[in-house]
Design a binder for this molecule. Structure first.
Ligand code: BES
Ligand code: MN
Ligand code: ZN
Length: 507
């Protein structure tokens, strides 16, 4: 049985709240047993008897009849509800199917936590006792319960600063678990990752006019209070360093480009460089987007948000890792100062680039950001993450991100990490460098035909040097239009959990 130990996610969330756009919202958790709430959640494994400590035999009998009536088979994610149960004070008992024991892994349980939370919230429940004792699968009881709470809190977070207050009720969850101290510790570790995810989501959800490169730089500076070193380069400094590609894309907006660097140095190892695409709005520039394709382009800085969120997660975790996020920020806009199709930009790498299409701007800002990361940090590994191509969405949709690398080990590690956190990556090929030859410059920014996601990745490959490098295309993953599992509507924070999991497992 559980020992007495209280742990409140609210106190934690408040302590970590930053002055960025959205307020921090959190469910409250305790892991030291039932509190006599209005609702009881019982977990049932498939093929096992329905059981719960502290329930009378009358209640159990009532539950079993209801289970039969609902044709409940305890497959994972299935639920049935019993209102006003006989012999119990609860208003409602929700029985949740767990499926088979080998289905009980981190990804599935976080997803389940998110879905159950949405169901309870819709039912206007306020206090929930969760009977989680005795449940284990691919992970031990403490880890599984913590993942369930993680899923709840991830689903709970929403970006609602533009809505009038609806007095969203705070749910509190009281878990009965096998070991409350272990569970609380496991959840605390996950809560640090959550804070990184929430930062990335809020930055992504915020509207473009309020999230310019300057606003983003300001948000990055907030991480200084966690011991993160933050450096900002302005257009003048970029020009001096020869970063004409990043500076050029920024010219269409009055704010200009920014290079934002956030360095968390928790060890003496050579750093891992995370490079993020930070287009705060992608109009396409003079190769302007039309129709619906322009609508969600405030989210074109989600790669930058993901790497900043990951650095925040590592800093809060006080992980003994050395991680530097390098973010190429610009608004790709139309104006008399913007670059024109056919212009040639000079990258700091020394390669000139013909801008055949101003809408292929992500690779331009990344080229100089990748150069900067290599030049100034000599990283052991460099991973760039970007909402880079519509072609990626056509190839693998939004249930996967696309990963490109010649480094088999990194592909294997990141694929495994993705499975743990429900951020699955699918590998696509490189190998189209030759399709980027230009008549006027060293490279052009658009392939002569060929697969778009891959020609974009092949462009980036020119800027990876000898560094072990991975490119992740998250187009379609950054902004959710419907809630599902642990992901709510809006910015998804996609990549924070993937990168954090990979870093912590492989440091
Ligand atoms: N930001 C877009 C890619 C994108 C598309 C992200 C859909 C999220 C959802 C990128 O800058 C872009 O415009 N790519 C173009 C490239 C083309 C002009 C070569 C594309 O994929 O259509
Ligand atoms: Mn574009
Ligand atoms: Zn873009």
């Amino acid at each position: 049985m559980s020992r007495s130990f209280n742990f409140s996610a609210i106190a934690l969330a408040t302590a970590f709240a930053t002055a960025t756009s959205a307020h921090v919202h959190a469910a409250e958790f305790t892991f030291d047993g039932a509190k006599g709430a209005d609702t009881l959640v019982i977990m049932q494994e498939q093929g096992k008897e329905l059981s719960a400590a502290n329930l009378t035999s009358d209640t159990i009998a009532h539950l079993k009849r209801a289970s039969e009536a609902a044709q409940f088979d305890a497959s994972q994610g299935g639920t049935f509800e019993l209102l006003a149960p006989v012999g119990a004070d609860y208003q409602r008992i929700v029985v949740v199917g767990l499926g088979k024991q080998d289905e009980l892994d981190a990804a599935n349980i976080a997803k389940l936590g998110g879905n159950i939370h949405a169901q309870l919230e819709a039912a206007k429940v306020q206090q929930v006792d969760v009977a989680f004792s005795g449940i284990s699968g691919q992970l031990a009881n403490a880890e599984l319960a913590a993942q369930f709470a993680h899923g709840v809190n991830l689903r709970d977070h929403s970006f609602d600063i533009y809505k009038k207050d609806e007095a969203k009720p705070e749910l509190s969850y009281h878990f009965s678990v096998d070991d409350s101290a272990k569970t609380a510790a496991a959840y605390t570790a996950l809560s640090h990752i959550e804070q990184g995810v929430f930062l990335a989501r809020d930055l992504t959800s915020e509207v473009a006019s309020e999230m310019t490169p300057v606003d983003f730089a300001k948000a990055a500076k907030e991480l200084k209070k966690y011991g993160v070193k933050v450096t900002i380069l302005e257009p003048k400094q970029m020009k001096k360093l020869g970063m004409g590609a990043l500076e050029g894309v920024g010219r269409g907006s009055e704010h200009g480009a920014r290079l934002v660097v956030a360095h968390y140095e928790g060890s003496d190892d050579a750093p891992i460089a995370l490079v993020g695409k930070g287009i705060t709005f992608d109009s396409g520039g003079y190769s302007i987007k039309t129709g619906a394709s322009i609508a969600r382009m405030k989210s074109d800085m989600a790669g930058a948000a993901a790497v900043l969120g990951t650095v925040k997660a590592m800093a809060l975790s006080k992980a003994d890792v050395n991680v530097v996020a390098v973010m190429g920020m610009a608004a790709n806009m139309v104006s008399h100062t913007a670059i024109a199709p056919g212009d040639v930009l000079r990258t700091a790498e020394g390669l000139s680039v013909e801008v055949v299409n101003t809408d292929a701007e992500g690779r331009l800002v990344l080229s100089d950001a990748m150069w900067y990361a290599r030049e100034h940090y000599k990283p052991e590994i460099m991973i760039d993450i970007a909402t880079l191509t519509g072609s990626k969405v056509g190839a693998v949709g939004n249930r996967y991100s696309a990963i490109f690398s010649e480094d088999e080990q990194l592909v294997t590690e990141l694929t495994a990490a993705g499975k743990v956190v429900n951020e699955n990556v699918w590998r696509l090929p490189l190998g189209y460098k030759d399709m980027l030859k230009s008549d006027i410059a060293d490279l052009k920014n658009l392939g002569s035909g060929g697969p778009g996601a891959t020609t974009a990745a092949s462009f980036l490959q020119h800027f990876a040097g000898d560094t072990r490098w991975v490119h992740i295309d998250i187009a379609g993953n950054a902004l959710a239009s419907s809630a599902k599992g642990e992901v709510n509507v809006g910015g998804t924070g996609y990549g924070v959990r993937l990168l954090s999991e990979w870093i912590l497992k492989n440091k």
